[in-house]
Design a binder for this molecule. Sequence first.
Ligand SMILES: [Zn+2]
Length: 483
Amino acid sequence: MAKVLIPTPLRQFTGKQDSVTVAGATVGEVLNALTAQFPDLRKQIFNDEGKVRSFVNVYLNDEDIRYLSKDSTAAKDADTISLVPSIAGGSTVTAPPAATLSNDEILRYSRHLIIPEVGIEGQQKLKAAKVLLVGTGGLGAPLALYLAAAGVGKIGLVDFDTVDFTNLQRQVIHFTADVGRKKLDSAAEKMKAINPNVEIVRHEVALTSENALDILKDYDLVVDGTDNFPTRYLVNDACVLLGKPNVYGSIFRFEGQATVFAYEGGPCYRCLYPEPPPPGLVPSCAEGGVLGILPGTIGLIQATETVKLILGIGEPLVGRLLLYDALGMRFRELKLRKNPECPVCGAHPTVTKLIDYHQFCGVPQPGSAAPDRETKVNEGEIDVVELKEKIDRGDDFVLIDVREPHEYRICNIPGAQLIPLGEFPKHVAELDAAADIVIHCRSGVRSAKACAVLRQAGFQHVRNVVGGILAWSDKVDPRVPKY
Ligand SMILES: [Zn+2]
């Protein structure tokens, strides 16, 4: 006898029971007895040769039976057997409810309806689909516009940001007149204008470990358009835990990546990157820049994969990482394998619920230590106004700018010595450990790292300029351009 836990998608074959206790000395015998009792379940679990289907994992307690004695693994009375189909809530088992199309919609989607691979049935699948876009920035903008135009029935948007002038170079869903508005309002308005049939759900929150599962659970698939590591790992883990495909894209300067994670037993983000890079190693778009067109290319690859997954056509970008190099105008593909040791999707997961992703990635919680130009000045920091007074008094101190030379050419604070952060460690020896040192960058993040390097090296009088040259432009010299 053993207890078999029935996952949600398979409960329709067990009279809605979530667990069934059946007799058998081995896992194979238990499953045979179970499917004798519920014949409709048999073809979901076994193939024609009577072997367990490759996309159904069978666990005895915590162990995958592939790593035990497979079907012959002994099952005792107290044992629990779990059936884990690799796509939970997926379309392979349950077809989406058929949505009917109005005459207006038939006309609107005419160019879809005449493709045999889409047709009216495919368009109905799109209408019935529920897609969550995490972020309405660079990647989210083309995604939101095209998925709305294509007729995806329900699109959720997660964002709590407002439109900024520096967004307009790439976030084409937001217009100049939208600067200062909530991104959610701006995006939803454009999507509705393109296609009033689309239902748009606004989640005006930062995605966190507390709310992610609750938000994601209502959607069929999730599209990751985030720009930071804590949210990427959060989205990945939440998708794996919920069994939702995660359509991934990332961008930096002239290069992009795309793939589909957590789909039908395929690899997840942690299989590819088990751990985040150390904080500061990989700069963000705000720090490193991005070609404005690049998120269009990558976002539309994500949109294409999203539509293919909904329609169930083509070969999904699963187990393959697509790399795009805009300068060379080349696409490359790398094989991605599921890591059996993966901490979240592997055979023995250690991450079984959402964790603290800011701590995991070694970055501060947004708001806690962010370079907010209005926040108070802490120990080891200096305000731009105080810095100006210091310069005007002619104090004996060293002012260091740790930005890049091309940033220095955009604007600089007179008298600052340029030492880019990447070259900083090798210049430490040239600095006087007893000197009064003040370090700035664009917003205060990189300079905080440089300060930490010096303090580690035993420097006593090191201060970080709160808010960087952006704060200098705001509070001291408005002629200094912000970028
Ligand atoms: Zn994984």
